[in-house]
Design a protein around this ligand. Structure first.
Ligand SMILES: Nc1ncnc2c1ncn2[C@@H]1O[C@H](COP(=O)(O)OP(=O)(O)OP(=O)(O)O)[C@@H](O)[C@H]1O
Ligand SMILES: [Mg+2]
Length: 206
């Protein structure tokens, strides 16, 4: 049996990851394809507990290293418990954020360094690499405007626009060297963005 295809969505907060994942998910459903949808951090009992710690506004004393290791802990759990078994069974995996988030947020924006984040990303995932990654690239101000009607911001969202700008730079730098990352202009209608995504996905899945 052939392995499932592993697709990840990346980009700054509010860029449209969940929106695009949902559009793709609907098409997977309509075609009767077997897939699972997961989100990072979280997606397992252990991972959801870690997510709560990571996003809790009260944890403002969390060190950068503690934050990095918590993300990797949640990632290790979901990779071994959920993602790898699904791919092995031939089930496609649609993932809202994966290790590129750590490269951009912790490695680049938090200045932990790519050597460290690359090493931990590979260890946490046992080198499970996405087949394709869609990077939804957008100006943080535009993304923030989209989110204005949402609820309270979480700990990481509270870091502000200049932080999101750094994260964006980190993602774009990553995309320059990683061929699997497709950069998409996310300042378009959801339908226009999705058209680019679906073409590439059906090329891959056939
Ligand atoms: N292409 C688009 N044009 C305009 N608005 C959009 C577009 N895509 C998504 N939105 C809206 O912007 C908001 C953020 O989108 P979405 O939740 O998909 O982003 P996200 O990247 O998943 O955010 P988060 O990082 O917070 O999970 C939502 O209200 C959504 O309806
Ligand atoms: Mg989302």
């Amino acid at each position: 049996m052939s392995k499932g295809v592993f697709i990840t969505f990346e980009g700054i907060d509010g860029c449209g990851k969940s929106t695009q994942l949902n559009l793709l998910k609907n098409e997977f459903k309509a075609k009767g394809l077997e897939f699972i949808e997961v989100r990072e951090p979280g997606g397992t009992a252990v991972g959801e507990k870690i997510r709560t710690i990571l996003l809790d506004r009260k944890n403002d004393s969390m060190t950068r290293m503690a934050e990095l290791l918590l993300f990797e802990a949640a990632r290790a759990q979901i990779t071994e418990e959920v993602i790898l078994p699904a791919l092995e069974r031939g089930v496609h995996v649609l993932c809202d954020r994966f290790y590129d988030s750590t490269s951009a947020y912790q490695g680049y924006a938090n200045k932990m360094g790519r050597d460290l984040t690359d090493f931990l990303n590979m260890k946490a995932t046992n080198e499970t690499t996405p087949d394709v990654t869609f990077l939804l690239d957008i100006d943080p101000k535009t993304a923030y405007g989209r989110r204005a009607t949402r609820g309270e911001e979480d700990r990481i969202e509270l870091m502000g626009l200049s932080y999101q700008e750094k994260v964006r730079e980190g993602y774009l730098e990553l995309a320059r060297t990683e061929e699997r990352i497709t950069v998409l202009d996310a300042d378009r209608s959801p339908e226009a963005i999705y058209e680019d995504i679906r073409k590439q996905v059906w090329d891959l899945i056939g």
